[in-house]
Design a protein around this ligand. Sequence first.
Ligand code: ZN
Length: 352
Amino acid sequence: MGAVSPRRTATNRSAGGGGGGGGDGRAQRRLSLSAVRGVPRPVLAVVAAVVVLVAALVAVVVGETAGGAPAAHSAAVGRGGAGADSAAGADGNDFGAGSDATGGVPSTGPGAGTDPAMVPAAVAPSADVRGRVVVLDPGHRGGNGAASAQIDRKVDAGGFLKECDTVGASTAAGYPEHSFTWDVANRAAQLLRARGVVVVLTRADDTGVGPCVDARARAGADAHAVAAVSIHADGGPASGSGFHVIAPERAPDGVNAGILASSAQLATQVRDAFASSTGEDLANYLPTHQGIVDRSDLGGLNLSTVPKVFIECANMRNPADAARVTDPNWRQRAADGIAAGILRYLLSSPTN
Ligand code: ZN
C-alpha cells in the first residue's frame, strides 16, 4: 500500500506583476481631492471616523491571528507536561516534557541561538508551524528491564489487553533500543523546537520505567497535539534490514477511527522524509516493501485520537543496520528525517 506520493516542493515563487501603470497616480489624487471638496465637513468627519475605526479593527484581527495561537498552545503544553520524573513511572502518568522542554516556546522565536545546520533543509522557513504542538514518544525506557512486574501488567490496548510496555530490542553487541529512541527523539525535538514547534516527550529520561502504552497513546490528546510520532527500532530477523513506518488500522474498539486518514498522510510524509534524509532502504523483511505497514495490534496507535504513526528506524538485529543505529551521525540524520516529515505534515494540514 501507499504508493510514493510526489514530494511537496517548497518553492514559493512570487506571482510576478507589480510593474506597470505608474503614471495615473497624480490624476487619481486630483480626482479624489475635487470629489472631497464637494462634500460638507460634518460628512467628511464621519467618514474619517469610520475609516479610523475600520483600521483599528483590522489591526486587532491581524494581531490576534499572528499572536493568539502560540499563547493558546503554550497553555495546552502546561497541562500536558509534568516535569519531574519518578521511579513510579509505570503509573502511566509521568509524561515529562523533557529537560529542555521550554526550548521551543514561541516567545524565544524560531531558530534563536540554533545552529543553522541543525535545521532540516527539506522544508523552507515558515512561521506556519510556530506554536503547534507535537508529541514525540521515545519507545521503551531504560528502567523497564529491571521492573518486569510493572511493565508486564496488562492495560487496555484498544479493545483487548496488552503488556504495559516492553524492554525493547537491542543490537547483537547490546546497544539497547531505549537508548536509541531517547537519543533520536531528543535530536528531533531540538530540530522542531528550533522551528518554533512545541514538542512534548512521553518520558523525561532514559532511566525510569514506562509509561504504559495506553498512556503513551493518550499523550497526544493530553497535550492537544496536532500529530504524534512514536520512535522505535525493530528487532526483526537478522537477515532483514531497512526502516518502516507503522500507520494505524481501525482498532477493535474503534477509538482511533477519526485519525486513520490523517495518520496515513503523516506516515507517507515521515517515510519519504526519512528515506531522503538517511538513505536507508525500505524494510525488506515485511510482507510489503512500500515502507508503510497498517496495524491494529498496537495500543499506542489504537488509543490515539490525534494523527499518529510509529517509525521503526532500522532493524537492530541486522549487522549493517546495527552499525547505523550506533553511529551518532546517522542518528542525527534519522532525527532530521523524522523532524522534516513532521514539518511537511504540519505545513500540509494548516487547519489541524
Ligand atoms: Zn520498540
